[in-house]
Design a protein around this ligand. Structure first.
Ligand code: OOG
Ligand code: NI
Length: 453
């Protein structure tokens, strides 16, 4: 338990996410431009939509919007992943979800470290999408062994970070001064290093197998490869990106624009060519870092997710090779089969909602039992869509590919292995659907209890 002399994990996460954002701003100047663009568009949306602004404010989402980011890293070994789990736990970030990217031709599987409870999400929902390289999918034994040997040589954590993680675990938290040091030490793990740990020939051999393998294996650490702010209008930001000097990927990933946004829509700008020094004084370049933005909508139930996946698959053939405008038009047509008003999403059990008593509902406490729909119709209870806090493997694959340059390898497909991932992690990943279901259930139970049902 956190004692009064300890800083809360939420506070440490908030400090860390700000420090990470400042570091990335210094490393990637376009990121600052992107933040300004997103802030501007969000301001315009809120000014033009008082209902949305009120709703976000009433549910603690307005405050977090300004600090909300997710980042992504890729690591090479089970030990690295397990240590990251302990590092993120210091900040109240826990592994949620299992994502199999082999399906999309990328030799990794992943989870998202993120806060899980409502208060923590409201404070700062900082998340890190974390991928583990799957060397076992590389066919060449020589290359596999070479990569493993290179990875065995590095330690991606500073001694100070290791010491403070252990201290946090034994004393149950960190003091203010320890938290400051922890943030500085932990940040080192995610920094970009322009010196590769290998010579150019080794880099090229790994790169030829898959660009991502070179990215994970040839550097001193798992550099943060993007940091994504959340926008309230992704179409508008995408439209304005070129004028702000950014080159967006061809299409926005995920569902089309809707009245009731669902899940997650994402787009990114192309990775930078970064000067890199290889061993033996050879100079070259490596594309590691890129920019991304996202718009978040309501979390879907298993039934809603099934429908989403079906429609996305159905649209796949028809959207091939289209530009964004045409792509979005086709998606909108196909997604006409997905109800687009909140009441329908709720009544059909397609999305998760959080129930709350209204002012009138509180005054009516103890009334005779009635059903939920009647309470909502009478204005005693409101149902608010629960924001999706996770990721989408198909979108993630699209982001990976647009930035790795056609790095698809069908030979990797069909290799989901959640047990192996959890064994490497040293813990089970939490099922994301169960978190939303529990939140909905608890809010409904509280409402029923108050209204005496
Ligand atoms: C991760 C890509 C996935 C997202 O937003 O879906 C991701 C990576 O490129 O390492 O960040
Ligand atoms: Ni991302």
């Amino acid at each position: 338990m956190t004692t009064p002399s300890h800083v809360s994990p939420d506070e440490i996460r908030d400090r860390f996410s700000r420090a990470m954002s400042a570091m990335y701003q210094a490393e990637v100047p376009q990121y600052e431009t992107l933040l300004e663009l997103v802030t501007q568009v969000n301001r315009e949306v809120l000014e033009g939509d008082a209902v949305l602004a009120e709703r976000l404010a009433a549910h603690d989402e307005l405050n977090r919007l300004g600090v909300e980011r997710h980042g992504a890293i890729r690591v090479g070994t089970a030990d690295e992943l397990a240590m990251l789990r302990r590092l993120f736990a210091v900040m109240g970030m826990h592994p949620v979800g299992y994502y199999d990217l082999s399906e999309a031709g990328v030799p990794v599987h992943s989870t998202a470290f993120r806060p899980v409870d409502d208060a923590a999400l409201a404070r700062n929902p900082f998340r890190i999408f974390t991928s583990l390289l799957r060397l076992e999918l590389i066919e060449s034994e020589a290359l596999r062994e070479r990569a493993a040997a290179i990875l065995a040589e590095r330690d991606i954590f500073t001694p100070g970070a290791r010491e403070l993680i252990a201290r946090c675990e034994t004393q149950g938290g960190l003091t203010d001064e320890e938290a400051e040091r922890f943030v500085a030490e932990a940040l080192e793990t995610f920094r970009w290093h322009q010196d590769a740990t290998v010579d150019l020939a080794t880099y090229e051999a790994l790169h030829a197998e898959h660009r991502l393998i070179a990215d994970v294996v040839c550097f001193r650490g798992p550099h943060i490869n993007h940091l994504t702010p959340r926008t309230l209008d992704i179409d508008e930001v995408q439209r304005r990106m070129p004028a702000a000097g950014m080159n967006p990927k061809a299409v926005i990933e995920g569902p089309p624009r809707r009245d009731c946004p669902i899940l997650l829509r994402q787009t990114s700008f192309k990775a930078l060519e970064e000067p890199t020094r290889f061993k033996g004084e050879r100079k070259g370049t490596h594309t590691a870092r890129f920019g991304e933005i996202e718009q978040r909508g309501v979390a879907l139930t298993a039934k809603g997710r099934g429908l989403y996946d079906r429609l996305l698959t159905a649209s796949r053939e028809r959207t091939q090779g289209l530009d964004n405008a045409a792509h979005q038009r086709v998606l909108a047509e196909v997604f006409a089969d997905f109800p687009d008003d909140e009441a329908a999403l709720r009544r059909q059990g397609l999305a998760f909602f959080e129930y709350r008593l209204t002012e009138a509902g509180r005054a009516a406490e103890g009334r005779e039992a009635a059903d939920l729909e009647a309470w909502i119709a009478q204005g005693l209870v409101t149902a608010r869509p629960i924001t999706y806090e996770d990721f989408l493997p198909v979108s993630a694959a699209g982001i990976f590919q647009s930035n790795l340059g056609g790095g698809e390898n069908a030979a990797y497909a069909g290799n989901a292995n959640r047990e192996a991932f959890e064994a490497a992690l040293g813990a089970a990943v939490t099922d994301e659907l169960s978190l939303y279901a529990e939140r909905e259930r608890a809010s409904l139970a509280a409402v029923r209890e108050a209204l005496g049902a």
